[in-house]
Design a protein around this ligand. Structure first.
Ligand SMILES: Nc1ncnc2c1ncn2[C@@H]1O[C@H](COP(=O)(O)OP(=O)(O)OP(=O)(O)O)[C@@H](O)[C@H]1O
Ligand SMILES: [Mg+2]
Length: 484
C-alpha cells in the first residue's frame, strides 16, 4: 500500500516535470526562471522525496555489484521482522532459515530520526537475438526513498552505514562454497546466469586429520599461513597475490583431502574447474574473472584434462594396441581424455589462465593442480612461478598411520603397532587402503580386529609386490638385453 501510493505520487511528480520540460521552451527567458521555482515547489509538495536505485549489475559489467550484495544482506538481517511478505532460504542441512524481503515489498528503516523506505524491484527485459529464441533477462534493483531535505545525510552517512553493516554481516555469516563450472553451451545470450554453480562447502578434512609425514605437513602449513598474511609483501615485490600448488602422487594418497584441508585452514571457497566443460580459452578467461578472492581454484587430474604434448598423444595411440597390459591408472587417464575431446582449451590458454594478465584480477587465490603422473605434465605448466610448490603425497608411512589410528579409533599406541611399523617399511599401501581397514564397520568391531585386518592387508600387499617383482624380472630375462 505505502509502496503503491509513493509510486503513484512519484509518477505524478515525474509527469509534472516532463510537462515542464516541454512547455518551458515556449516561455520567454525572463519568465522561465520565475515559473520554474513554482513548478519545483509544486513537485516538492506532490512528491517531497528522492529515489536512489542500486542495480544488481551495472551496465555491461559481468561482476555482480558489491553495493547491491551488501544492501541485500543488510536488508535480509534488518527487514525480516518488519516486512509482511518474505522469501525464505534454508541453510545448514535444513537447520537454519534466512528470510529476506520479497519483490515490491516496502521496508522502513530509521536512521538518526530519518525515515528511509527500501523497495526490492525486478524488471524483465526481453531479448530476441537473430535466429534464436527469445530470452527473458531479469534485472533486479533496490530503491531507496527518503525525503528530499535528508539527501546529504543519506549520501554521507546512511549509505556508508548500510554498506559497512552489509560487509560485517557477510563476515559474520560467511558460509564457504564449493563451485563447479556450468557447461559453456548452457550459458545463453543475454543471460546473466553465473558460469559457476555452488553448494555449501562442508568437507571435514583438516591438516590434523591428514595422514602424512609431520615435517612435510609443517612446511606446507607454514607456506599457506605465510601466503595468507603476505598481502603487502606481494604488492611490494610487484607480484599478484596468488600461489600455485601441484599435488602429485598415486590415487588414494590424500590429494583431494589436502585441498579440502587447505580450504578449511584458510577459510577459502573452492572453485573446482572441470576443463572438459569449458568450450575454449575465452570461456576459460571468463570463468577466471568470475571467481572471488579468498579462493582455491582446483583442476584435478590435470594430465587427463588436456592434450598437453604431441609426444604423449603418440604414446597413447601406441598404448591403444595392447589394452590388456595397460596400467589401470593410465587407462583411466586415456578414457578421461577421450571424454574431453569437445573442449578447445589449449595449453597456452591454460598457462595464461594461471599467470597471464587476467589472472591478476582478484587476489588472495591459490591455484591447485593434481595429477597421478608428474612426469607426463608439460614443464611449462609445472615450472616455478606457475606452480610454486610441488607436494608429493605418497604411500602410508608409520607416522601417517598413527594419525589415521588416532582419527579412526582414538588410539595412540598398541602392542600391534610394532608389527605394523615393520610391514609399512616393507610395502607400499595408500592411506585410503589403511583407512578402509581402520574404519569401524559394525558396532561390535573392536580395535584389535581392525589392526589385525590391516596387518593381513599389508601382508597381502607385500606378497603381491613380491610376485610382481618376480614376474617383471622373468619378462625382462625373456626379452633379452636388446629390450633396453
Ligand atoms: N593422507 C590422507 N590422510 C587422511 N585420509 C586419507 C589420506 N589419503 C587418503 N585418505 C582417505 O582416502 C580417501 C580418498 O583420498 P583422496 O580422495 O584424498 O585421494 P586422492 O589422492 O585425491 O585420490 P585420486 O588420485 O584418486 O583423486 C579420503 O576420503 C580419505 O578418507
Ligand atoms: Mg582426488
Amino acid at each position: 500500500m505505502i509502496g503503491d501510493a509513493m509510486t503513484n505520487l512519484g509518477s505524478v511528480a515525474a509527469g509534472l516535470m516532463f510537462l515542464w520540460t516541454i512547455f518551458s521552451g515556449w516561455l520567454p527567458t525572463q519568465f522561465r526562471d520565475h515559473v520554474e521555482q513554482y513548478v519545483h515547489r509544486v513537485r516538492d509538495y506532490v512528491y517531497p522525496y528522492i529515489d536512489i536505485t542500486f542495480h544488481e549489475y551495472e551496465g555491461d559489467e559481468i561482476e555482480r555489484s558489491k553495493a547491491y550484495a551488501a544492501i541485500e544482506r543488510f536488508l535480509s538481517t534488518n527487514s525480516s521482522d518488519r516486512a509482511n511478505r518474505l522469501r525464505a532460504k534454508v541453510f545448514n542441512d535444513n537447520e537454519s532459515v534466512v528470510l529476506s524481503m520479497d519483490e515490491n515489498v516496502v521496508v522502513i528503516d530509521d536512521f538518526q530520526d530519518i525515515k528511509i523506505w527500501w523497495t526490492s524491484k525486478k524488471n524483465i527485459l526481453q531479448h530476441q537475438p537473430l535466429y534464436s529464441k527469445r530470452v527473458d533477462e531479469e534485472k533486479r534493483y533496490y530503491k531507496l526513498t527518503c525525503r528530499r531535505e535528508h539527501r546529504d545525510t543519506i549520501k554521507n552517512a546512511y549509505l556508508q552505514h548500510v554498506l559497512h553493516e552489509g560487509k560485517a554481516i557477510a563476515v559474520r555469516t560467511r558460509q564457504r562454497k564449493l563451485y563447479t563450472n556450468n557447461k559453456s553451451e548452457n550459458i545463453g545470450y543475454g543471460n546473466r546466469r553465473s558460469m559457476w554453480s555452488h553448494i555449501i562447502f562442508e568437507h571435514p578434512s583438516t591438516f590434523d586429520t591428514l595422514a602424512m609425514d609431520p615435517v612435510k605437513k609443517e612446511v606446507i602449513l607454514d607456506d599457506l599461513r605465510t601466503f595468507s598474511e603476505s598481502k603487502d609483501y606481494y604488492k611490494k615485490v610487484g607480484k599478484s597475490w596468488k600461489r600455485g600448488y601441484l599435488l602429485h602422487g598415486p590415487p588414494g594418497t590424500g590429494k583431494s583431502s589436502m585441498i579440502a584441508a587447505m580450504a578449511n585452514l584458510l577459510e577459502y571457497d573452492i572453485y573446482d574447474l572441470e576443463l572438459s566443460s569449458v568450450k575454449d580459452n575465452t570461456d576459460l578467461r571468463k570463468l577466471l574473472i568470475e571467481t572471488s578472492s579468498k579462493s582455491i581454484i582446483v583442476i584435478e587430474d590435470i594430465d587427463c584434462s588436456l592434450d598437453l604434448t604431441g609426444q604423449r598423444k603418440k604414446k597413447n595411440e601406441e598404448n591403444k594396441d595392447d589394452d590388456e597390459t595397460i596400467d589401470p591408472i593410465l587407462k583411466k587417464a586415456q578414457e578421461e581424455k577421450e571424454k574431453n575431446k569437445g573442449s578447445e582449451v589449449t595449453l597456452s590458454g591454460l598457462l595464461n589462465f594461471v599467470d597471464g594478465l587476467w589472472s591478476a584480477c582478484g587476489s588472495e587465490r591459490l591455484i591447485v593442480f593434481t595429477t597421478n603422473f608428474l612426469d607426463k605434465l608439460d614443464v611449462a605448466l609445472t615450472r616455478r612461478g606457475r606452480m610454486d610448490m610441488h607436494i608429493e603425497l605418497s604411500y602410508c608411512c608409520f607416522e601417517a598411520f598413527k594419525v589415521l589410528a588416532k582419527n579412526y579409533m582414538d588410539l595412540e599406541s598398541h602392542e600391534l603397532f610394532g608389527i605394523i611399523s615393520g610391514l609399512l617399511k616393507e610395502t607400499n599401501i595408500t592411506p585410503a587402503d589403511v583407512a578402509e581397514d581402520l574404519i569401524r564397520k559394525s558396532a561390535k568391531q573392536d580395535v584389535e580386529s581392525c589392526l589385525k585386518n590391516l596387518i593381513n592387508s599389508l601382508k597381502k600387499a607385500k606378497e603381491e609386490a613380491r610376485l610382481k617383482a618376480v614376474k617383471d624380472a622373468r619378462m625382462k630375462d625373456e626379452a633379452g638385453p636388446s629390450s633396453c
